[in-house]
Design a protein. Structure first.
Length: 299
């Protein structure tokens, strides 16, 4: 009798385990199926406010230095799954500055809701930004800011899933073995809440901006005075007035092969790079850390 009970218990546990594995497998496939696709790529220039629906994976990391303080956005990141946000390790502080939440779907920092109007159909739609409390985060074990900038990558886990993807909140794709790799001279995109280079104070712009950088050799950054470390690459801004310095934000590459956006890198810069002559942008190459990222995505 006891052996019979043990047999059924074994079968029950095996079925639960198999079902759990199946759910995780389907969960990961769902992420891969939906990642890197944005509604803004479905039309050339149908709206004057295209940026509202561009790069829907960009996240704003919000912090408090004291329990009663208001939240302040100090870094950016990218949504890579319903539960995880990728950012720079230097954005995951170990002092009294506490990462409390992640904001998704934001365009204008002063508005809770933003709208986009489609001229061709004489209609519009609106998106409301959402805040997701942070459960925990992990920095790459090889990162030590007191030594150098190597392994400057971290992963944030939310307390709850993003239960529904929209045109304004979606994950970006991580690069894989089959992903086309950008070559020297190709354009990469960055987006965030930067500021105009003519300004003389560190005043962050209130609406999401975008610009492009050209992938260059690391010697270009080194000759400009930027320090370069292992698994880092160099991008040069276009000659325009926009300077984005959102630490931890994604450096993005559009694959014409499958028409998806992939995260090529994580931006490592600060507002000092926007003073005087604009310095090149240094970013950490994500493809070198995909295994580490996936190993730490505990569901």
């Amino acid at each position: 009798m006891y052996r019979l009970k043990e047999f059924f218990l074994f079968i029950c546990v095996l079925e639960v385990y198999s079902e759990s594995e199946s759910l995780i497998s389907r969960y990961k496939k769902d992420i891969e199926y939906r990642c890197g696709m944005q509604h803004a790529d479905d039309f050339p220039s149908d709206t004057d406010q295209k940026l509202i629906i561009e790069f829907p994976w960009i996240a704003r990391l919000r912090y408090k230095t004291e329990p009663d303080d208001y939240e302040e956005s100090l870094c950016s990141g990218s949504l890579i799954s319903p539960r995880h946000v990728l950012t720079a390790a230097q954005c995951l502080f170990e002092d009294s500055t506490v990462l409390t939440s992640v904001r998704l779907g934001e365009y204008h920092t002063k508005n809770k809701t933003d709208c986009v109007f489609y001229r061709s159909i004489d209609a519009g739609e609106c998106s409301t930004s959402q805040d997701f409390p942070v459960k925990d985060y992990i920095r790459h074990p090889g990162f030590d800011c007191t030594i150098d900038g190597t392994n400057n990558i971290g992963l944030v886990r939310l307390k709850k899933d993003v239960t529904k993807y929209t045109d304004y909140i979606r994950p970006i794709c991580l690069p894989g073995p089959e992903t086309p790799k950008p070559e020297i001279g190709e354009l990469l995109s960055i987006s965030g809440w930067g500021w105009n280079i003519q300004l003389t104070t560190y005043e962050v712009l209130t609406s999401k901006q975008k610009t492009t950088i050209t992938l260059n050799s690391n010697e270009v950054c080194q000759n400009a005075g930027r320090e370069m470390y292992k698994n880092q690459r160099c991008g040069v801004y276009k000659q325009d007035s926009l300077c984005l310095y959102d630490n931890g934000g994604p450096v993005m590459f559009f694959s014409k092969k499958d028409r998806r956006w992939y995260q090529e890198g994580i931006a490592l810069s600060d507002e000092k790079n926007c003073i005087g002559d604009k310095l090149p942008l240094v970013y950490i190459q994500v493809v070198e850390y995909v295994d580490w990222i996936k190993q730490n995505m505990h569901y």
